[in-house]
Design a binder for this molecule. Sequence first.
Ligand code: ASP
Ligand code: MG
Length: 302
Amino acid sequence: MVNVQESLKVKREVLEISSEIMSESGQFLRKAGFIEILPVIISPITDPLNHSVFDASIDYYDGKYSLTKSMIFHKQLAVRVFPKIFTFSPNIRLETEDKKSTGRHLIEFTQLDLEVKGAKRDDILTLIENMFVEVFKDVDEKFGQIIRSMNPHFSIPKIPFERVKYLEAYDEYGPDFETILSKRATEPFWLIDIPIEEREFYDRLDGDGKVLVDMDLIYPYGFGEAISGGEREYEYEKILYRMNLKGNDHETLRWYLDEVKKGIPPSAGCGIGIERLTRFVCNLKHVSEARLFAKLPGTVSI
Ligand code: ASP
Ligand code: MG
């Protein structure tokens, strides 16, 4: 019983810190002129992802709803209404069970998703760097003692974060470069210019036709991927070209293509895993410790 109480106390503290992270990041974004929109849970269109997961869809009358894997398309459409939007988006990705022990995967997780009309990648990098500093300072002020007892490495990130080009890192360290660099780093860093085959069709292709104007944020001390994002393709012909390269079915994304045809603005944005950020701040072994009712890949649980 004592152990249960003790572990519940730790969980409670972690969840309080997570709640504060969400509150402070929301406040930061509102101050920066963002509007919070409600998340989309079901839609005929969702992120096709660049890796395969089990199907999560529901037949409904003559149609089919998919559970949201990410709100990428809705973000692109939402910036027609508000130039800067964010949402805490529940994402369902029915990952295979080999992802159970990565420490970073849950089949239900929350993404702080944001998008900015007319923004360049650099604008998003700077925005996130400043947001991280604000959020880390805030949780340090409110929970510093608890955090430092869990996480001896905790510090306010130093900005700007280093920008590492994907292909240069690959050449130097081989296919495992992300893990190697994450383990060796003591500060978060950006991985930029990700090759086309590693990403979905919607991140914007650079002029040279090989790498994308996009990024991941990588946490130090081996915590790995934190954020994915980039500038977006927004022109109909280019989107079709990129979908064809990936073999994405036009019919499945017909609602999206119809909207693109009417016109969507250029934009850039990213998605930040809340459980991963909490895990990093609190030095947790697994993201499952960062939420109540965690669902691990390969299992069924409440
Ligand atoms: N596509 C990213 C993801 O959900 C998020 C983003 O690009 O904004 O993985
Ligand atoms: Mg990603």
